[in-house]
Design a protein around this ligand. Structure first.
Ligand SMILES: Nc1nc2c(c(=O)[nH]1)N[C@H]1C(S)=C(S)[C@@H](COP(=O)(O)O)O[C@H]1N2
Ligand SMILES: [Mo]
Length: 348
């Protein structure tokens, strides 16, 4: 979330919040990824299949009749927000696995969603046996809303939330792994351990290639995930459309750099000189601008969730010259919106 100078709401025992995560204000739960399933739930069946002794399939009503229990879990999204003590109610995944009885060949579990893009995610069966996991119908006493995966989703404790599939269609036991949507197409780390910060994969960019690219000041449309470019002079950089997720530009000079349409989610721009830089329509979710100079920067159309715009001491680094739009800040929390209204300009 956009950090505000007032730290009160964000205090938590450090051992409970994984590194570089921020606690959401009370009651907040952002929607991430797909917003609705491809197929209306009225016609759904939910199955467990593949390497199992008993392949099983349920209508929603039948599934609801299995014994349910409650699991209270902390959730941690890769875009850096966390929420403690979510009380999910549903069927323990271990019960479904027991009913289906995996064969010795079963090594991985792929969860497949009712989803237009055939969304899926996977985990090793051995890991699932040691993590608490639930096929949930409700959260905090309320049925899950559609955008949060209702009527039924998976929630897995101890992994970034992208391992928790919304709109469950099929649980498939497989002899080999089948990488999920975020883990293959989008370069998310297949491990997804928030305590080890297994967020994104680094591409195979060798040191010489990286040095050459940095010297060229031309990053247009390139996949440079996790690039390390700290303490560099990159004035005038052209990074239009580049994928710079998790890249590190700490203390670099990026005056007049063009990051329009670039993906800078979770990038570090700590103490960077960004005078006259352009972030038009960039994805800066979770980007860290702590202490950066944002004089004359453009953020029009950028997606902002989780971006940090303050100093080490939580003083704002924004000025009234930085413009945001109402539409752009609408997804943020009230507190974050207040912060931007106070320290920057928000136009209709
Ligand atoms: N079917 C489906 N499941 C999904 C996703 C998605 O896009 N489609 N996004 C994942 C990601 S990245 C996160 S953080 C959580 C978000 O759940 P929420 O929208 O309820 O917060 O769902 C996960 N499960
Ligand atoms: Mo996520």
């Amino acid at each position: 979330m956009t950090q505000v100078p007032n730290a009160e709401n964000h205090q938590s025992p450090p051992e409970r919040l994984p590194p570089n995560q921020q606690l959401l204000p009370q009651g907040r739960w952002p929607v991430v990824g797909e917003k609705n399933p491809g197929i209306p739930p009225e016609t759904w069946t939910i199955e467990i299949a593949g390497q199992v002794q008993h392949a099983l399939s349920w209508t929603l009503d039948q599934l609801r009749e299995l014994p349910q229990s409650k699991m209270t879990m902390d959730i941690h999204c890769v875009t850096r927000w966390s929420r403690f003590d979510m009380a999910f109610e549903g069927i323990p995944l271990s019960d479904l696995l027991e009913l289906a009885n995996p064969t010795p060949a079963a090594e991985y579990v792929s969860f497949v969603a009712y989803s237009e893009r055939n969304h899926s995610t996977s985990l090793p069966l051995a890991e699932l046996k040691r993590l608490r996991a639930i096929v949930a119908f409700s959260a905090n006493g309320e049925p899950l809303s559609q955008e949060h995966g209702g009527p039924v989703r998976v929630v897995i404790e101890g992994k970034y939330f992208y391992k928790s599939l919304k709109w469950l269609r099929s649980i498939q036991l497989l002899p080999t792994d089948k990488l999920g949507y975020w883990e293959s197409d989008a370069g998310y780390h297949n491990g997804a351990d928030p305590w080890k910060e297994e967020r994104y994969l680094a591409p195979n960019l060798d040191k010489r290639m990286a040095a050459k690219l940095i010297a060229s000041l031309d990053f247009r449309d390139q996949d440079l995930r996790s690039l390390s470019a700290t303490e560099r002079n990159l004035a005038g950089l052209n990074a239009k459309g580049a994928c710079l997720r998790n890249a590190d530009f700490t203390r670099s000079t990026l005056t007049s750099a063009d990051f329009s349409n670039a993906n800078l989610s979770n990038a570090k721009l700590i103490d960077a000189n960004l005078v006259d830089a352009n972030f038009h329509s960039a994805d800066i979710e979770g980007a860290d601008f702590t202490g950066a100079d944002l004089t004359n920067c453009c953020f029009v159309g950028a997606s902002l969730f989780g971006a940090t715009f303050c100093t080490e001491n939580r003083q704002s680094i924004l000025t009234k010259a930085t413009e945001f739009t109402e539409q752009q800040i609408a997804p943020l929390t009230d507190e974050q919106q207040q912060f931007l209204r106070r320290f920057a300009s928000v136009e209709a």
